[in-house]
Design a protein around this ligand. Structure first.
Ligand SMILES: Cc1cc2nc3c(=O)[nH]c(=O)nc-3n(C[C@H](O)[C@H](O)[C@H](O)COP(=O)(O)OP(=O)(O)OC[C@H]3O[C@@H](n4cnc5c(N)ncnc54)[C@H](O)[C@@H]3O)c2cc1C
Length: 561
């Protein structure tokens, strides 16, 4: 019988709330659910919110009675914020988080590189914002509680899964004992040690790295701005790397690499933590400043993914699908993109508005994204924790050279998480005018935001369905085609940008031509079709009803008409 802890977790800045378990005896026999999300981490919760936003009821299973332990993911990217905006929590993250855009890299005691992430006046969100994962989970849980289509079951742990051709049956253990839960679709959002991955005997592919890091969160008052600090080969930890990030509520994250051969137990002993944190503080000029420990953990980098995110009726997202190094803030940020990518597809399939073939494109796109990230993350991981003598020699040569040669310094700037462009997606139009645009988001790319007013941005107006962005007058036949899709139940939003608007569809003035310029619009009559996850499905210099129909057929099925 599953007995989750009822003791609130310990933290010096976060007040853990313990929820009551959901017990089957109070609810009678279980009918088949359309979607069950296994796991209430950030990725499971965003998936549930996305599926529900598309009109499909969801049950979410959480084995514990409270949110996760420790700060864990603390840096969220602009694209994550755009995704969180769609599920209604970006404002709270903005209110509580610390935005930033600069990173500093030091070799020994000298700063050798200052990174500046691009930030355009047209973007609503900063390139990065720091907030502890507990808060993000709490805000997502509040959003789930406000969504009538989501039922969250605390204290429910999955122990078995049987798959049938058209549904699956989960065995769910609770403080009262197990019950059976049938579901048409199961979302495996059960994290790095995924029970569902083991039950289905699926293997992750890729590499695990030797270097281990301690992650320590301390409360300390440091008069430093919110910027990423990376120290290579610092005098107190030679050959190794140290990272520092400011977190809200007076907390700082210090990550430091351990010398080879040291065990996690040795590394997490209070004496070891104290000595090393004091050494780092002394090195940056804050010896003797009092601090208090909140949470510590040991971490090693892995670049692993499942080769397919669908197995029968089960679809994998987040850490259950892939394990990515935290350098470059890839864990939760990549998971949010999975959640968004899967949520709308399950919504459309669940409501009978799209065939199951649409789900094939989920795994196709997101496995490709994970492989691209693994490639990039592998490079930064090898730079941070060289896996062999050869890599170390090369890394050290770059480090030494950077003291005198400016051209090598940008090598310090490892790529951070960024949205994947679905350039070869089977959902993209085959014969649009993509190649005729000189600028703007290409076919498969995520959208570009545009400031329309002091607190008004283009992406604020996207409502979760397909969106047709029309620059100029709306052709009556195109409008009739949109109406035909709407009559079938598909949400197709039309946004007319600039011009006068036709009085029927939403119209957004673009007096300064910002939207035209950012979207690379070559002439009046150009249009973009966005998928529900806002990625570009097609773009045309001139749109007609026939081309729109073909593009929507493709973007709702993954199959050319
Ligand atoms: C120590 C540590 C530090 C980290 N630091 C960073 C960082 O600095 N930056 C970064 O980007 N990422 C970091 N990460 C990674 C980040 O936390 C994850 O990428 C992120 O939480 C993934 O979200 P998820 O929802 O996929 O998985 P998780 O957050 O792990 O959530 C999984 C959920 O599934 C539940 N579950 C597990 N088994 C079952 C079961 N049998 N039945 C039902 N539910 C189940 C769990 O209780 C949990 O609710 C860190 C992770 C750890 C462990």
């Amino acid at each position: 019988m599953h007995q989750p802890s009822t003791e609130p977790r310990r933290s010096i800045y976060y007040d853990y709330q313990v929820h009551a378990p959901w017990c089957p005896s109070a609810h009678g026999a279980q009918t088949q659910k359309p979607v069950v999300v296994v796991g209430a981490g950030p990725v499971g919760l965003v998936t549930a919110l996305e599926v529900a936003r598309h009109g499909v009821p969801v049950v979410v299973l959480a084995p514990e009675l409270q949110v996760s332990e420790g700060s864990r993911a603390i840096v969220f990217t602009r694209r994550s914020m755009e995704i969180l905006q769609q599920v209604g929590v970006a404002e709270r993250v903005t209110q509580n988080g610390l935005p930033w855009r600069h990173g500093n890299s030091y070799f020994r005691d000298q700063r050798v590189f200052r990174m500046e992430a691009p930030h355009d006046d047209n973007d609503r969100f900063w390139p990065m914002i720091n907030l502890q994962q507990q808060y993000v989970e709490e805000f997502l849980l509040d959003a789930c509680a406000a969504q009538p289509l989501i039922e969250l079951r605390w204290g429910n742990r999955v122990t078995d899964l049987v798959q049938h051709p058209d549904h699956a049956v989960l065995t769910v253990d609770t403080p009262e004992g197990p019950y059976a839960l049938p579901s048409t679709w199961v979302v495996a959002a059960d994290g790095a040690r995924s029970t569902l991955r083991s039950l289905l005997d699926l293997r992750l592919e890729g590499a695990s790295y030797e270097g281990r890091f301690v992650i320590a969160d301390i409360r300390i008052d440091l008069p430093l701005p919110t910027e990423r600090l990376a120290y290579f080969d610092p005098p107190w930890n030679p050959q190794n790397t140290v990272l520092m990030h400011r977190e809200p509520r007076g907390i700082w994250r210090i990550d430091y690499q351990l010398p080879e051969g040291e065990t996690p137990e040795q590394a997490l002993s209070p004496e070891s933590l104290k000595a090393r944190i004091n050494a780092q503080l002394a090195m940056i000029g804050f010896a003797g400043v009092p601090w208090e420990m909140d949470w510590s953990s040991v971490y090693s980098a892995r670049t692993l993914t499942l080769p397919d995110y669908r197995c029968g009726r089960t679809l994998f997202v987040g850490d259950a699908a892939h394990l990515l190094p935290i350098f470059g803030v890839r864990g939760a940020n990549t998971g949010f993109q999975d959640a968004q990518a899967l949520g709308w597809r399950l919504g459309l399939v669940g409501r009978g508005l799209a065939p199951e073939s649409l789900l094939a494109s989920y795994t196709e796109e997101r496995v490709a994204a994970a492989r691209e990230i693994i490639d990039e993350a592998g490079k930064s991981t090898r730079f941070m924790t060289p896996p062999s003598r050869g890599f170390r020699l090369l890394r050290d040569a770059v480090l030494s050279l950077s003291l005198t040669e400016a051209f090598v310094r940008p090598l310090y700037h490892w790529r951070t998480s960024r949205p994947h462009e679905y350039t070869h997606s089977s959902l993209s139009a085959q014969d649009d005018d993509n190649a005729l645009f000189a600028a703007g988001p290409a076919r498969g790319a995520p959208p570009a935001n545009v400031r329309l007013g002091p607190d008004d941005f283009l992406l604020d107006h996207l409502g979760g369905g397909y969106a047709l962005l029309v620059f100029g007058a709306l052709d009556p036949q195109v409008r009739a085609e949109v109406q035909a899709w709407r009559a079938r139940g598909l949400l197709v939003q039309v946004l007319q940008l600039g011009g006068a608007g036709d009085g029927h569809e939403a119209h957004l003035p673009d007096p300064e031509g910002r939207a035209r310029s950012r979207w690379g619009v070559p002439q009046d009559g150009a249009a973009y079709l966005l998928r529900p996850d806002q990625h570009v499905a097609a773009r045309w210099v001139r749109l007609d009803a026939h081309r729109l129909r073909a593009a929507l057929n493709q973007a709702t099925t993954g199959v050319a008409a």
